[in-house]
Ligand binder design. Structure first.
Ligand SMILES: [Zn+2]
Length: 544
């Protein structure tokens, strides 16, 4: 995510810091320079053209798939060694993850999204599980929680929960301390290495909010909306709190097979790829496959248009509304340049497409796999200097850091935010000189060092859990800006080639996995052996 437009405490008198603060209060950093799209074919199409294209590229069928067939299917054409009980053994579940099969309806009358969800859970731990823990974030958008959202949401309705593998009905309870924590009690424990197929229906209510989860003027941002399996590690399920600033999301890579029924006039933009759009009465059913992603999100609206460009085989789509093609084009330009720069710097983006969506958002931007939401208050400025472009670059960078290299966003937010902020510099290299970027970092560090944060060692740590920072301003200063300075100084201390190689290895080793601060330190020290300057930087910024 890029910073909130509000809630940022202001302090201090240094002009550069003020610029930082004001920029962040609407989003991050400032930059200079300009550039134009370098290459590639720009295709402008309307919503209907986009739909036609998607429909043409699909195996067209007028019959929408229903989850029932998949949910109840028992293997019949498989070797005898396959167990009779359907534990998802024929569902191509990712090796270290889960699989979600969802048949959803976006109900714009009742402002809700829901349907049936079948999840094939893989126990990748060495423990036996007698319960599963899901996170139901929409339930926190009610007035009585302390999540920071005084929104008009409601507690998510959950239907009967069935253990398909064991043919059992399961009890569940919500945690008294946190309504978003759903404990589902298994009648038959799930042993290490095994899979279990669970199904239930749910309806989540969408608040009227300019938020990553909310609707505004008939645009629906629908993220973190389905009960997602928590991460099990160190003998326990992660149940970090949900805050309105920063993130608390934490999940493992999974496959998603999803259908979304939405009113006919709406465009549905999602993680993954739409393979089919099927008319159904006054609705259309969008069939989506999103393999090997950390999360699944969508944006729906009736006024979207799209401009697209190919970036070395990756379809970059920039969706805009209100006819604001200039902002759509500018976001597209930044998206293409960012994808190319980050592939070169970090490693391959393995997905076929990425969607950039200009929408209502109280932050500058918010990242989801294959889909980034960008605030539609950010507008085209016809230069690379625009906040719009920097925010797009930042959110696109999160595909690598959070999307692919996962982390616990509550306990070690720097592992995605510092890297996304540093990646802004990688993007800026497309139009700024090394000297200009170095001067920008010098200014940022000078502004941060004496002001904004008390000068004491603990205030330099960037790898603290969210609730250990002394307020939102210190959190942002450390996790975004100090982290950016830290990574830049690390590059200086190691030398550009060694640093670049280390980051590439870090990305390769932890892609589709979860990284920790310790993992990062190990890679860095391997590429910077006996480097005192590196050692000092690690000690200054990272708490052991
Ligand atoms: Zn971010």
């Amino acid at each position: 995510m890029d910073g909130k437009r509000n809630n940022t405490a202001l302090s201090s008198g240094n002009p550069f810091l003020w610029i930082l603060i004001l920029t962040l209060s609407f989003l991050l950093s400032s930059c200079t320079g300009l550039g134009f799209r370098e290459s590639g074919l720009s295709i402008q199409s309307t919503e209907s053209q986009a739909i036609a294209t998607a429909a043409l590229s699909s195996e067209v069928s007028d019959t929408s798939s229903t989850g029932d067939v998949r949910i109840t299917a028992v293997p019949t054409d498989t070797p005898a060694t396959v167990p009779v009980k359907d534990s998802g053994q024929n569902d191509n579940v990712p090796e270290n993850g889960n699989k979600y099969i969802m048949d959803l309806t976006l109900d714009t009358e009742n402002k809700s999204i829901g349907g049936t969800m079948t999840v094939i859970v893989r126990n990748t731990s060495s423990d036996t599980w007698d319960k599963l823990v899901f996170r139901d974030y929409p339930s926190l958008f009610t007035p009585d929680t302390d999540s920071g959202y005084p929104a008009d949401g409601r507690i998510t309705d959950i239907g009967e929960i069935r253990d398909i593998t064991e043919s059992e009905t399961l009890d569940y309870s919500r945690s008294g301390a946190d309504v978003s924590v759903l404990n589902v009690f298994l009648q038959t424990p799930l042993v290490s290495g095994d899979m279990r197929k669970i199904t239930f229906s749910f309806t989540a209510y969408i608040p009227n909010a300019e938020n990553r989860y909310g609707h505004m003027n008939n645009i629906y941002n629908i993220a973190n909306f389905y009960p997602v399996l928590a991460v099990y590690e160190d003998g326990a399920w992660s149940t970090e709190k949900y805050f309105d600033m920063g993130e608390c999301f934490y999940s493992v890579i999974s496959d998603y097979e999803v259908t979304v029924s939405a009113p006919s006039g709406m465009t549905v933009i999602t993680s993954g790829k739409t393979t089919r759009i099927t008319p159904s009465g006054s609705s259309r059913i969008w069939t989506i496959f999103a393999p090997v992603v950390r999360d699944f999100a969508l944006v729906a609206g009736s006024d979207f248009e799209v401009v697209s460009e190919d970036a070395h085989g990756i379809a970059v789509n920039s969706y805009y509304s209100d006819g604001d093609i200039n902002s759509g084009e500018e976001a597209l330009d930044a998206g293409v340049k960012a994808i190319l720069a980050f592939e070169n710097e970090f490693g391959e983006y393995p997905y076929p497409e990425i969607d950039i969506v200009l929408t209502y958002l109280d932050a500058g931007g918010m990242e989801y796999p294959n889909l980034v939401m960008i605030s539609n208050v950010l507008e085209a400025e016809f230069s690379d200097d625009s906040l719009l472009k920097i925010v797009v670059a930042h959110e696109v960078a999160h595909q690598w850091f959070y999307g692919m290299v996962g982390d616990n966003q509550f306990t070690e937010a720097w592992l995605d935010e510092s890297f996304a902020s540093y990646s802004e510099l990688v993007y800026k290299e497309t139009y700024l000189s090394d000297e200009e970027i170095g001067a920008e970092i010098d200014d940022m560090e000078a502004a941060l060092d004496p002001e904004g944060i008390d000068i004491e060692p603990g205030n330099y740590y960037i790898n603290l859990p969210y609730d250990e920072f002394k307020g939102p301003f210190v959190y942002v200063s450390c996790v975004y800006w100090r982290g950016e300075v830290f990574l830049y100084r690390l590059k200086e201390a190691m030398g550009e080639d060694a640093f670049r190689e280390a980051i590439k290895v870090y990305y390769k080793d932890y892609s589709m996995k979860i990284a920790t601060t310790e993992d990062f330190i190990q890679v860095i020290t391997k590429y910077a052996p006996d480097n005192q300057e590196v050692e000092q930087l690690l000690q200054k910024y990272l708490k052991e």
